[in-house]
Write a protein that binds this ligand. Sequence first.
Ligand code: ADE
Length: 949
Amino acid sequence: MIHLFYDVTDLWLKFSQTQLSFPLMQLLAHMSSLGWDAITEMDEHNRPIHTFQVCNVMEPNQNNWLRSNWISRQAAQKIYVELRFTLRDCNSIPWVSGTCKETFNLFYHETDEAHSVKFKPQQYTKIDTIAADESFTQMDLGDRILKLNTEVREVGPMTRKGFYLAFQDIGACIALVSVRIYYKKCPFTLRNLASFPDTVPRVDSSSLVEVRGACIDHAEERDTPKLFCGADGDWLVPLGRCVCSIAYEEIDGSCTACHPGFYKAYAGNIRCSKCPPHSFSYGEGAAICHCETGFFRAESDPPTMACPPSPPRNLMFNLNDTCLMLEWSHPSDTGGRRDLTYNVQCKRCGPEPDQCQFCEEELRFLPRPLGLTDATVTIMDFSAHANYTFEIESLNGVSDISSFPRQVAIITVSTDQGGECFDFYLMFRGTCIILLIFHSLPQEHEQLSYSSTRTKAPSVIISGLKPATWYVFCVRTRSPAGYSSYTPKYEYKTTGDCKYLRPSTALVTGLGYICLCGNVLLIVPSSLVKILKTHSQCLCFFPSVPTGPFPGIKTYVDPDTYEDPTQAIHEFTKEIDPSRIRIERVIGAGEFGEVCSGRLRTPGKKEIAVAIKTLKGGYVERQRRDFLREASIMGQFDHPNIIRLEGVVTKSRPVMIVVEYVENGSLDSFLRQHDGHFTVIQLVGMLRGIASGMKYLSDMGYVHRDLAARNILVNSNLVCKVSDFGLSRVLEDDPEAAYTTTGGKIPIRWTAPEAISYRKFSSASDAWSYGIVMWEVMSYGERPYWEMSNQDVILSIEEGYRLPAPMGCPVALHQLMLHCWQKERSHRPKFTDVVTFLDKLIRNPSSLLPLVEDIQRYSIKDLPESPGEEMDYPMFISIGDWLDSIKMTQYKSNFMAAGYNTLDSVARMNIDYAVDPFDSTQKQQRVRHDITLLQRRYWLNAGKVEHGS
Ligand code: ADE
């Protein structure tokens, strides 16, 4: 948002309107007799244009000054000066070749107060020399064509209370038509029930101002509400929020009192609720509903409860030889309480109804006669030939204080003979039934499926699992007391290897290990695990040709599937005789030792430059294995965008990994060193290379997990090569990797949310990281999310924030980034789509012309209320031109019909944060809906082939 404190479309008019002490013209009249003149001209429509003009092109050594009045800086740290002027082409004036100039100079001078003394040019600092893009000739004058130039200059940081502007003419023919001076600020806003004050951005455009919001009336803080004010006056990254207090609910962004008959007992993002049965609230803003007369709430009861339960209904009984199992239904009205219990009272009666005595003592109740929480009880040890009456009473926390009648159901049974309840007894002694539930989460796009199995033995074998499929399962037991709760979930992906998981013994008594072998899942007692460990094929079984995701394409083999890691090294790497290597320089340090550059000789071939990673002395075997693991991975790849392994030295010391030398080193530092040096096409070429390398890796079934510009190398032809392989070890080595709450070490800023939360790494999570790499490349090595903390990054992603386009970033590339950052991983592009898309951009460079900043100057708020409504936008490029340029002409009418008349709206079309997720106004909903539609068209047209329906 731009705040104008000096909007001068007409110098004379507006300067006097601002009530500054003197009109500009009068001040200047004292300064130079050969100076600028205030002249009013008529435009082609015969409207007056007030200008300041100077045109002493015939005389040498001109030095004419025009100075503004003193202008208060207000809160600005950086000011913008927009000049509109016309300038005469010197070539069009005869006899002025030595004297006529085509530029003028802009100066400023900061002071705390207005000068009463004379204007002293030497006090002024030059801002810039201003030249015209368009100059006019005598002919234009005749045709009364105004060739207006607009130039904007930034000045700052400003520190004094105010400043003067001055214009120095050195012999040009200029008419100054307007001067607009402004600064940018993030305007007061309400977001997530918090208000954020007007905030002036930092002068340094790469850093954001963190602003804490204040909760609005009747709201309170949940997570500290924060927004970040960006250099262009945009609010970015909403974090945290306030929630409406007790008795208030959120309606249209404010907190409104609950209506009579409703209440809200807790602060939070919930609506007021209707009073529970038998309770009421009369006034507005009730935190609690009071019980009607005759109804009660216990002191410890939460305010959401009321009313005692009704009597139990539908009593059933089932008498086998010697056991009586009573079952009854829960009361139809529990009064909104959850503390329902049942007491069973027994009476043994003689032939006459009044000959009854209590009999709980003589019978056995399982689990007990009083305080039952389930609507069932088993009763044993009956006497033969007797009549029993059972009263089942339902109670809750207010039964004692309520005047409600007792809620009782009665049943009478007669027995023929007494005895033991053997079945039940046996069960109770421990032959528990284990119910095993598992469900599979097969690969993406497939339906979730569930199945369950039961076993009486404390073990189970489940066969027929699909390879390379995620299975999630949990276990619960059933005993006479009912079902236990489920154990935590165990997740397992079938691959062919074998793992052991120990379930929570507290919940699954008698259950030993869960052993996962290839595509068979075993639940076995601990004793059996030992046998399996020593004898089972399962433990030794490492398939030599694992099944991969794409038949016919070479598949990556995880070196960890080799029982003997040296076997993997032999299989995938070449041993190099160290005499062929010449180490020249140390170029870096890795986790395991130095990285050097040098030369490698191969008989019959040209000597080549190589990088040599060394393993420093004193290593333990595990370090040697981890070090060489990277070589076993790299050795399986052969692609121009993947760093090439030349070989390893393992038979002598030091142990070395030798790879091709990549001249420009890592991409992030290379870009930082060459900020702004490349054309967009060059940058897209680099991105295309990385995508191609990643496509190769994902086709082979390899997931990188640490794709970032620091792990890409760039050669002298700007060819990018993905490097740093080794899965978990890579992350150990990566200074960006931080520990997560689940204990993993993850480079948060580069990693997809599902990988951070539950370590779900996949090619789709690599696609997310690829989007971040795109952002790093387009911003020339800027740190993703700037100085935000990892925690704030996680929160903001969760809330839907995505990195904005870097300066100079084409819309098409930011769209691709946003596509890579879809929360739903199956919606992210596959690397093959990315390569296809980038190829199209490269073949059609005009598609890279619309830049995000060109089209984002007008916010979504400026969208018309309804399609077709008038809008007054200066169009940088029309929607039509843009669609033509990206070969989407056929969508013009759709865009227009949907009300997207500016590129601004298109730029935001597939991003969640384009519209405020908490704003449910019709306009926002329409925008959200249309954005989704347009996104699909955009991607379909741009070569995106696969899309979730
Ligand atoms: N730094 C790490 N590996 C490198 C390589 N292969 N080439 C150049 N610099 C490197």
